[in-house]
Design a protein around this ligand. Structure first.
Ligand code: FES
Ligand SMILES: [Fe+2]
Length: 428
């Protein structure tokens, strides 16, 4: 039965959300995932309502993007456009990019610096906290027209979100009574998050954006699927970044929603021949023209040279040796999402280090040496579900670990853990 939630079901017709109740998870527990989880409009609507607008901390920006009062960036919470702005008092504010008058998406620049926001349609004006500060012709002209005498601007600000930050990373939630971001991540995830955001101030190195024709959860699954990593990615395997047999781990938090795929780089030459024959992606004889490309300069308090973190529901934290970035997932319906990438370094990096981070950044991004294949694989999966007939698919590797953290790469237990959590949140 659908129930209305205070901050959740924002203007969504209850029937559209209730339609998700028509779906029943098949027998067989978490080893089989039905296609409708990825393709149904009703399920997607419920995800927006219960997950992105529900009890989640959504990544929205890095503080380094808006160091001064009045600096802002446009961002998203789920599919919903928001503005992230530093207020006069130095605090970060997040509010919907939706005018209180006629709902116009008033902030049109991707980033910038302002003293106030003015909606282009009828010039209603808002301060840096989203309060309504000006309404043209509020009292009409010549005693006619205008707003009612009792119109109270304090009741017509922009919808504001709850905001928190951790080490320069900004999160927002539609719920006011959220747990702290530290409790939300849990100690096993926070450890590697803090190894990346270690207190050094961040500097922004650049942005990418790409659209993936797949369901947004496939990106989480891709990074909770260490099995594919040793099989799909020629570059990763051939140059020893992640190889079956390397020191590695797939770590989940207690709820199953977050994950850290972690590995320690090895020398590619030391891979044993039995493992090589299983890994078809391995290419003997492939060499780098620029050997410095794969240098790992130790700078982190961590046993891992690579950690890829999925922070539910919309953040990926990438620490791939010395190339660093955050990725924001913006769902655009069940069958498509946008990935916004922000690459960064640290204040205090010398020119050589910045060059190294940028050079190594070619690993990642929409066409990165080892990002490229993931996008393609996700499209193949979505196409298979949309065009095929079977109705469910298999997530059964590593039955000894039913859900959550696994000590082998040949496992899908972190994906099952994520769906255990997802089903609870979705009531399915
Ligand atoms: S829609 Fe924004 S001022 Fe009218
Ligand atoms: Fe991958």
């Amino acid at each position: 039965m659908f129930e209305t939630r205070p901050a959740g079901c924002i203007g969504k017709p209850a029937t559209a959300v209730a339609d998700a109740d028509h779906y029943t998870w098949p027998e067989g527990g978490l080893n089989r995932i039905p296609d409708w989880v990825y393709t149904s409009d009703a399920i997607y609507e419920r995800e927006v309502d219960r997950i992105f607008h529900g009890r989640s901390w959504n990544y929205v920006a890095l503080e380094a993007e808006i160091p001064e009062p009045g600096q802002f960036v446009r961002s998203f919470v789920g599919p919903t456009p928001v503005v992230v702005v530093r207020g006069e008092d130095g605090a970060v504010n997040v509010f919907e990019n939706r005018c209180a008058h006629r709902a116009a998406e008033f902030c049109r620049e991707q980033r910038g610096k302002v003293t106030e926001f003015v909606c282009p349609y009828h010039q209603w004006t808002y301060d840096l906290e989203g309060n309504l500060s000006g309404v043209p012709f509020r009292r009409g002209v010549g005693g006619k027209g205008g707003m009612a005498k009792d119109f109270d601007p304090t009741q017509h600000g922009i919808r504001k979100l709850n905001v928190t930050t951790r080490r320069g990373v900004v999160f927002a939630s539609y719920h006011d009574d959220m747990e702290t971001i530290e409790e939300y991540m849990g100690p096993d995830i926070l450890r590697d998050f803090d190894a990346t955001f270690d207190g050094r101030k961040l500097t922004i190195l650049g942005y990418y954006r790409n659209t993936v024709p797949g369901n947004w959860k496939l990106y989480h699954e891709n990074l909770k699927d260490p099995y594919h990593a040793t099989l799909l990615h020629t570059f990763l395997v051939t140059f020893g970044l992640l190889v079956a047999g390397n020191k590695s781990a797939m770590i989940a938090d207690a709820t199953g929603r977050h994950g850290t795929m972690a590995s320690a780089k090895s020398d590619g030459k030391s891979i044993d021949s039995a493992a090589k024959s299983e890994m078809r992606a391995y290419r003997d004889g492939m060499e780098l023209n620029e050997p410095k490309f794969m240098d790992f300069i130790p700078e982190f308090d961590s046993p891992w040279s690579v950690t890829m973190q999925t922070i539910w529901p919309n953040l990926i934290v990438q620490r791939e040796m010395n190339t660093l970035g955050v990725r924001q997932i913006v769902p655009k319906g069940p069958n498509e999402f946008v990935m916004n990438w922000t690459m960064f370094g640290y204040e205090g990096d010398d020119e050589e280090m910045t060059r190294h981070r940028l050079r190594q950044g070619n690993l990642m991004g929409p066409a990165g040496f080892l990002g490229l294949e993931d996008n393609e694989a996700m499209k193949f999966v979505q196409d298979g579900m949309l065009r095929g007939t079977d109705g469910t698919h298999l997530v059964a590797l590593d039955p000894e670990t039913p859900t959550g953290t696994s000590d082998t790469l040949i496992s899908e237990s972190a994906i099952r853990g994520m769906y255990e959590y997802w089903r609870k949140e979705m009531g399915l």
